[in-house]
Design a protein around this ligand. Structure first.
Ligand code: GLU
Length: 415
């Protein structure tokens, strides 16, 4: 039950509405999505057969702006996951003052098993099925797990051809040479490091002395490692997925981003590493644990193993409701996904602004603006947490639900 992300997301919204004592209409509206579209995408496979793939796109709530959120391409993606992820996007955008509603997309496919030609058909077919519901001021997708910048490029091209107009701001996460923003690829990982440093300060931990363990070495995890290192912290362990099962590598002195990048896919062959099983990884005696892979990684059982005082949610929904309850009871601070990994959508917003203006910023401008926005959101939520004596997650929901509710009130959607 708790492994259903949609139920987890609904419970998070419900609990915040209860604490805020919002009128019933707020939860009634926010408990489900405004729109969910399901498409079937036919692909002519390289062997000549036709296979269809399921595609989804959800818009949860568009009170604060056009729907915004990535497209996840993963064999285990479900209808409910996509809805949950769109709920999280609404609050992720609201919490950082990014003027969007929540959206999310999914394609049920394993991109690592498809050829370039098959992936292109998948990307174009997804847009053909959905294009009437996409647009710079309607719904703006971006990459999520399994969706590359090349796939986004095919999608933008397909969209512009169908719409008969140049509308680069319909997608974000584009390659820099095709209307993307400098800093977008690194933005989620960079933001996680900024939030990590801020929360460490609250615990009187000098970030240069902090030890971390990171689950996942995809776009988010790897860039988080890069910036943790730049801020002087020590990444002692990294957990990765392998066809034979999950494992982690550990080294007390820590790893550099460069050596991990150079050994991508062959961590087990690295010198001077200890191989850990998942249980030993979660039980590591580090200051900060960073789940940066997929949802539901930390359930009740795993939460009981964690020794770190701080959990930084790099992924979306990595801690289940039951896992969260264990952390609350044990006094472990969970810095929620909707704040911790919001760097991606913040820089997507900057990309969109640059596209609409046709005027492009330097990487320094992008990163400085991102950092400032995230620190401001962090401080605001920390204050809410202290004021209401709630968890960090509850504070983030209180803050963002209030913002959405206030606008819905102005729009006449509430009683
Ligand atoms: N997929 C990312 C997320 O979950 C980025 C979304 C976006 O940039 O629109 O936050």
């Amino acid at each position: 039950m708790s492994n259903n992300s949609f139920i987890n997301a609904q419970q998070q919204v419900e609990s915040a509405c209860r604490i805020l004592n919002t009128e019933p209409a707020v939860f009634e509206i926010l408990k489900d999505v405004e729109r969910m579209i399901e498409v079937s995408i036919p692909v002519k496979m390289d062997d000549g057969t036709i296979r269809t793939f399921k595609g989804y796109r959800a818009a949860h709530n568009t009170s604060l702006g056009p729907a915004k959120g990535g497209i996840r391409i993963h064999p285990a993606t479900t209808y409910d996951d996509v809805k949950a992820l769109s709920i999280w996007m609404t609050f992720k955008c609201a919490v950082t003052g990014t003027p969007y509603g929540g959206g999310k997309g999914g394609i049920v496919a394993d991109p690592t098993k498809l050829s370039e030609n098959e992936l292109e058909q998948l990307a174009r077919g997804y847009v053909r099925g959905l294009y009437k519901y996409l647009g710079e001021k309607i719904d703006v997708p971006a990459p999520d797990v399994g969706c590359s910048a090349q796939m986004i490029s095919w999608m933008v091209d397909e969209y512009c051809q169908l719409a008969g107009t140049q509308a680069l701001g319909t997608f974000t996460g584009k390659p820099v040479e095709y209307g993307g923003s400098l800093g977008r690829t690194e933005s989620t990982g960079f933001g996680i490091s900024v939030i990590g440093r801020q929360v460490a300060k609250k615990f009187d931990i000098h970030f240069e002395e902090a030890t971390l363990a990171v689950q996942g070495f995809g776009n988010v995890g790897s860039h988080a490692v890069k910036y943790f290192e730049q801020l002087g912290a020590t990444v002692q362990a990294v957990m990765e997925w392998h066809p034979d099962g999950l494992f982690a590598i550990y080294r007390e002195e820590g790893f550099t981003y460069e050596e991990l990048e150079a050994n991508r896919g062959k961590f087990k062959e690295m010198d001077n590493v200890k191989i850990l099983n998942p249980e030993d990884f979660w039980s590591l005696d580090v200051d900060i644990m960073v789940p940066a892979a997929l949802a539901n990684a930390i359930d009740e059982r795993v939460a009981k193993l964690v020794k770190a005082n701080i959990v930084l949610e790099g992924a979306n929904g990595p801690v289940t409701t039951e896992g969260d309850a264990v952390f609350k009871e044990r006094g472990i601070t969970v810095v929620p996904d909707i704040l911790t990994n919001s760097g991606g959508v913040i820089v997507s917003y900057y990309e969109w602004v640059q596209n609409l203006q046709g005027f492009y910023w330097t990487e320094k401008e992008v990163l400085e603006r991102q950092e400032e926005k995230m620190i401001q959101a962090f401080d605001e939520i920390w204050d809410t947490k202290e004021k209401h004596d709630v968890t960090f997650r509850e504070a983030a929901y209180l803050n963002s639900i209030q913002k959405v509710a206030d606008v819905m009130k102005l729009q006449g959607k509430l009683s």
